[in-house]
Design a protein around this ligand. Structure first.
Ligand code: ADP
Ligand code: ADP
Ligand code: MG
Length: 480
């Protein structure tokens, strides 16, 4: 009988993981909650286990998922990203029941998931970082500490949840009054979101570039990097578009950042795939920000430029195999861009579209194009999960070719029902600064005209409306 691996996730990443699992010759076990009954990850898996009605709580239920793995006879669990991926108790539960957790061990996840501990490990290893505080003390004392920090380093200052993630739990503070007011708010939000009310401060890097390095580390002491990604195009500190490699025209600097990332991984005894995130300021100083101990949403761009399957390597490493290549074998070829096509309305502050039926889904294809999605025509988007529908990743030999391919693909892509980020990305792809590879985390706010578009104006838009009309007629033959 084939060995089985359970996928403790949903959406596009569940499908991405199932593909790698099946390609390696394992059977894939999917899990799902009732609102996800229509999801394609259930169909392509070799078997699927209903966890419960959710929503969300069953995907976060360690006991239920471990029980599902045991019952189905799986020998390993892949957590994907989000949900339990960075929960050290989940990794620990796997360790205690002889299930292979496909990721680092619980100690590494727990240390690096705490931004203050992670900073301490990196400071001890001599990795550059922005000035920051320890966890602020509770009550008045913590506020006094914060005001002293502000007096030393000056505003603006980031107030960050120590256990935060996914762009949440980060606040930019401009004045003492705001600091006093926001600390308790930040604490209660952090407690609700991350079950930990610790907060700390970091000096703000003004309009930085977000550059990160993909790491793979096996259990034989081999740690390699797969080059850089630029994830500066963000809204609310969350990534929308990611690019590999970074467009910074200073190769020695990028090489140094990659070497520093390997050093950071080694300093934390890192194991499996991880991402070391940095901020880079106008003067090209770079600062460690955090390590994500999981597969990243944007891992696809790195796969495209290196030809290395990151998820396949995650599985092999977790099963105790050595990396099959060395740093010298890692060659970066060309450029890749990923856009996260979300069911959101950019014009309405990127509000998720809620429960909507995908009335038209016509994807793109062709040379250098990769799609990681899970929805289809007729699919009803459950409003209880995140808004990511499909990731479009394009690869080209030159940057110009890659941008041209992105534009062409976005024009061909038709999704109707929910509003999506597609027309917004079409505008970005036409923007001069984007085309020149010149952007930092302020890109969206400094280019307000990218919000000016008409969803239905394009040729594809008209065609999509026409197709939607035909479908409607077919399903409702007696409609007027
Ligand atoms: P990336 O993998 O590119 O860093 P994000 O930072 O947007 O992407 O996070 C990936 C996914 O994981 C998102 O769905 C996000 O909401 C979720 N996520 C990340 N960290 C946490 C966390 N600590 N708690 C809950 N969800 C998280
Ligand atoms: P998360 O765990 O949610 O991904 P990060 O610490 O990685 O949080 O920060 C997410 C984003 O917030 C960064 O990509 C950057 O845009 C912004 N950010 C975080 N810390 C700082 C800082 N000290 N200065 C400027 N921007 C920051
Ligand atoms: Mg981050």
């Amino acid at each position: 009988m084939k060995k089985k691996i359970l996928v403790a996730n949903r959406g596009e990443i569940a499908i991405r993981l199932i593909r790698a699992i099946q390609e390696l010759g394992f059977d894939a076990v999917a899990v799902y909650e009732t609102p996800d009954e229509m999801s394609r990850h259930i169909r392509i898996a070799d078997e699927a286990v209903l966890l419960g009605d959710g929503p969300r709580c069953d995907y976060l239920n360690i006991e239920k998922i471990v029980a599902a793995a045991k019952k189905s006879g799986a020998c390993a669990i892949h957590p994907g990203y989000g949900f339990l991926a960075e929960n050290p108790f989940f990794a620990k539960a796997c360790e205690e029941t002889d299930l292979i957790f496909i990721g680092p061990n619980s100690k590494i996840i727990s240390d690096l998931g705490n931004k203050v501990i992670a900073r301490q490990i990196m400071a001890d290893a001599g990795i550059p970082m922005v000035p920051g505080s320890q966890n602020l003390k509770q009550g008045r004392e913590g506020i006094t500490e914060a005001l002293e920090f502000a007096a030393t380093y000056g505003y603006p200052i980031m107030l960050k949840a120590t256990s935060g993630g996914g762009g949440r739990g980060i606040r930019r503070i401009e004045t003492d009054e705001e600091m006093v007011e926001q600390i308790p708010v930040a604490r209660s939000e952090a407690l609700a979101a991350f079950n930990d009310d610790s907060v700390y401060l970091e000096k703000v890097v003004i309009n930085p570039k977000h550059v990160e390095v993909q790491i793979l580390a096996d259990s034989f002491g081999n740690t390699v990097h797969l080059g850089t990604r630029d994830c500066s195009i963000q809204r609310r500190n969350q990534k929308l578009i990611e690019i590999a490699p970074s467009m910074i025209k200073n190769q020695p600097l990028l090489d140094e950042i990659c070497d520093t990332a390997v050093k950071a991984a080694k300093a934390s005894n890192y194991l499996n795939a991880g991402t070391v995130e940095f901020l880079i300021d106008k003067d090209q100083n770079y600062y460690f920000m955090e390590i994500n101990t999981r597969v990243q949403v944007e891992h696809t761009v790195t796969e495209m430029i290196t030809g290395i399957d990151i998820v396949r390597n995650q599985i092999n490493i977790a099963f105790g195999k050595p990396l099959s290549f060395t740093q010298d074998n890692v060659n970066v070829r060309g450029h890749a861009i990923e856009v996260r096509i979300n069911a959101e309305d950019p014009k309405n502050d990127f509000m998720p579209e809620g429960e909507k039926k995908v009335s038209v889904y016509r994807s793109t294809g062709g040379f250098g194009v990769r799609l990681d999605g899970f929805v289809y025509q007729g699919y009803i988007i459950p409003e209880v999960y995140d808004s990511l529908l499909v990731k479009l990743t394009v690869h080209g030999f030159t940057w110009d070719e890659t941008v041209g391919r992105l534009k062409r693909c976005l024009q061909n892509f038709a999704i109707r029902g929910p509003k999506t980020t597609i027309p917004f990305y079409e505008n970005i792809a036409r923007e001069k600064d984007f085309v020149n590879g010149d952007f930092d985390t302020s890109f969206i706010e400094t280019h307000p005209h990218i919000f000016l578009y008409d969803e239905d104006a394009s040729e594809v838009g008209k065609l999509a409306r026409f197709i939607a009309e035909i479908h409607y007629r077919r399903e409702n033959p007696f409609a007027k």
